[in-house]
Write a protein that binds this ligand. Structure first.
Ligand code: MN
Length: 255
């Protein structure tokens, strides 16, 4: 008998998020799903790892646990403590809000999948367009299950994870994409608090994206689900020669 695949589910919106529950429920027929998610929302926390305080693991329900830390903490505690071994798949989401283009570096949702890839586990991050109304996770959840099934069957190339973003409503289909580039227009508002001290409020960047036919942003704008293969390695191979040719090597005592 083939053992049931083990699937670890996490997110950055927190263990109480209905997006997390929708994802865990839709993956349940594919294997044994274990949820380990942040106790408190940890959006835009990126790939942070908690090293300077203890972490607590709390049982929240059937195969569902909360950690008072980040998505990266959750994946590590999930793998080493809860599952006591590598799962076959890590899935992070469903995030309330896109994680597109350059923004993936800020994303706790994407970082959950990134940590899976770093541990050598196939991983998928899933995000849905933000709305002021109720979130309908049904379409993106079904796609996530189909993709998870395919990845469980076929695996992924080494050091690869998938970043999925979906538009609201019924998608026209899916597209395989590259990361869009945003012209960074993040602004910092400065105000003064009631005690006369300045405080700062970082405004989320406006949507000012460079046009690109095959980008994740273009795909979701056009009504498709976007699937981008990402990798943890940030090395810019095209820049190696440039850096090699920088006039260096005298001041550190290197001959
Ligand atoms: Mn989030």
């Amino acid at each position: 008998m083939i053992p049931m695949p083990r699937i670890l589910v996490t997110n950055d919106d927190g263990v109480r998020s209905d997006g997390l529950r929708a994802l865990a429920d839709v993956l349940a027929p594919l294997g044994e799903v274990t949820v380990v998610a942040p106790l408190i929302e940890a959006s835009a926390i990126g790939h942070a790892l908690t090293l300077r305080r203890p972490l607590r693991l709390e049982r929240f329900g059937e195969r569902t646990y909360a950690v008072d830390g980040t998505p990266t903490d959750c994946v590590n505690i999930g793998v080493y403590t809860v599952l006591r071994g590598q799962p076959d798949l890590v899935v992070s989401g469903i995030n309330k809000g896109w994680n597109l283009g350059d923004d993936v570096t800020y994303s706790g949702t994407v970082a959950g999948a990134l940590e899976g890839a770093l541990l050598g586990i196939p991983a998928i991050a899933v995000s849905l367009e933000r709305t002021n109304g109720d979130f309908d996770f049904s379409h993106v959840a079904r796609f996530a299950a189909e993709l998870a099934e395919a990845v469980l069957k076929r695996g992924l190339p080494p050091s690869t994870f998938l970043n999925v973003n979906a538009p609201l409503g019924k998608p026209k289909g899916h597209k395989v994409t590259v990361q869009a580039k945003r012209n960074h227009v993040t602004s910092v508002a400065e105000k003064v608090d009631p005690r006369g001290q300045p405080y700062f409020w970082i405004e989320e960047g406006q949507d000012d994206w460079e046009p690109h036919d095959h980008s994740d942003y273009q795909a979701v704008r056009d009504g498709y689900i976007s699937v981008t293969p990402l990798q943890p390695d940030l090395t810019n191979h095209k820049a190696l020669d440039f850096v090699l040719e920088l006039p260096l090597g005298t001041r550190a005592g290197v001959e």
